[in-house]
Design a protein around this ligand. Structure first.
Ligand code: ADP
Ligand code: MG
Length: 247
């Protein structure tokens, strides 16, 4: 079916909203340890694609495979297990405002993974330290800056021990001075070998961190290349035009 080192395989998926084809026959593969950036103009289908990979959107046709096995909501038990291996970080952090940072990080661990309170707390503190926020454990999210909230959201995802992290414009809602601290956390994750799919408009980051860039327009993959090749000599006119506007 797929190579054993393939983590995600998207096989000819199509997703429509009414008449609009948000994804039009999209296929791609992401290997273990690979960092893939999804780039493209607004409305090109980046969010729909990354959400489909996570199961937040259900394509009308085509298939998604996770570690070589069909990712299918109808197969409930397997689907839940597969989904649990994917972390998803959104543009708007989605932290629980009425819980402390620590509680935000422990709740799914105790409820979903059935970890003990102590285990969950140890894991939470480990990852808070990792993102440089262990001193904020007892704070409420509204006391944090946007950059700190996003680092907490990443730590919360990591507590679930994902095998792949999906990011949908994780820095787009941040004030410019906070973008770097979040990108650094992501870059470190990549260095540690985390598989990642990242929707981003941060071209400098994509260039430095991505193994591969996938450029979308109108629900289709227009170009797919190494970051270096994509940024130095994009082959399609559409990518050239896009890059001339954003860089
Ligand atoms: P991107 O993330 O690249 O900006 P999206 O994947 O969000 O693009 O959207 C792709 C297209 O699908 C856009 O035209 C958008 O308006 C449309 N779209 C996305 N989500 C929905 C939805 N829930 N209902 C209707 N149209 C949608
Ligand atoms: Mg989007």
């Amino acid at each position: 079916m797929t190579n054993t080192d393939t983590m995600i395989k998207v096989d000819h998926i199509t997703k429509q909203f009414g008449k609009l084809k948000a994804l039009n026959d999209v296929s791609l593969e992401v290997k273990k340890g690979e960092i893939v950036c999804l780039i493209g103009p607004s409305g090109s289908g980046k969010s729909t694609l990354i959400r489909a990979i996570n199961g937040l959107e259900v394509p009308e046709s085509g298939h998604i495979y996770f570690e070589g096995e069909l990712y299918d909501a109808k197969n409930k038990k397997k689907y839940a297990a597969q989904r649990g291996k994917m972390g998803f970080v959104f543009q708007h952090f989605n932290l629980f405002p009425n819980m402390t940072v620590l509680e935000n990080l422990t709740i799914a661990q105790t409820r979903v993974l059935k970890r003990s309170d102590q285990e969950a707390k140890d894991m939470a503190m480990k990852y808070l330290k990792r993102v440089g926020l262990d001193d904020k454990a007892s704070q409420y999210p509204n006391k944090l800056s946007g950059g700190q909230k996003q680092r907490v959201a990443i730590a919360r995802s990591l507590c679930m021990n994902p095998e792949i992290m999906l990011f949908d414009e994780p820095t787009s809602a941040l004030d410019p001075e906070m973008v770097e601290e979040v990108l650094e956390v992501m870059q470190d994750l990549g260095k540690e070998g985390m598989t990642m799919i990242i929707v981003t408009h941060e071209m400098g980051f994509a260039r430095t961190v991505a193994d591969r860039v996938i450029f979308l327009e109108d629900g289709q993959i227009v170009e797919e290349n190494s970051a270096e090749a994509f940024f130095d000599h994009p082959s399609s006119d559409r990518a050239k035009l896009f890059l001339s506007k954003v860089m």
